[in-house]
Design a protein around this ligand. Structure first.
Ligand SMILES: [Zn+2]
Length: 141
């Protein structure tokens, strides 16, 4: 299991907006348009490597640990908040074998959790990840 996760994380991954299917990757990062609690807007660049939590943004665009950040598609501007759990952002990932996954990651600043969902499998990354049952706690389904 652990070995499988490492090999998956090393692959080249394409990230797509679930609505417009536009590519979110550019220049070695995954790019989002975002808004913090103080209604300031800024771009956030994340690593395309699943389970990596390096974040790049303008020095003047700040947020505090625990702050909820709104993530939007930089192409079509759709709100990327996950339907099942609003602590998370949901996008689509396509790996080098053309397998498609739903990727959910925390939109809370400083929180490290990522969920990779395919039809029959879930992979969980990050120190702050919860059990999948808890992930769907707020589900309306
Ligand atoms: Zn879009």
């Amino acid at each position: 299991m652990f070995k499988a996760i490492i090999s998956n994380a090393m692959k080249r991954n394409d990230y797509l907006c679930p609505k417009c299917k536009g590519h979110l990757n550019a220049g070695g990062f995954v790019i989002f348009s975002t808004k913090n609690k103080r209604k300031q807007r800024g771009l956030i660049l994340l690593s395309p490597k699943v389970g990596s939590y390096s974040v790049k943004h303008h020095d003047g665009y700040k947020f505090e640990n625990g702050e909820f950040i709104d993530f939007f598609c930089p192409i079509c501007s759709v709100d990327l908040r996950a339907k099942e759990n609003e602590r998370n952002v949901e996008i689509v990932m396509v790996d080098e074998n053309d397998a498609e996954y739903r990727v959910l990651f925390s939109r809370v600043a400083g929180e490290r959790s990522t969920y990779l969902l395919s039809n029959d499998d879930v992979e969980v990354y990050g120190d702050d990840a919860v059990e999948l049952d808890d992930l769907y706690e707020d589900s309306e389904y």
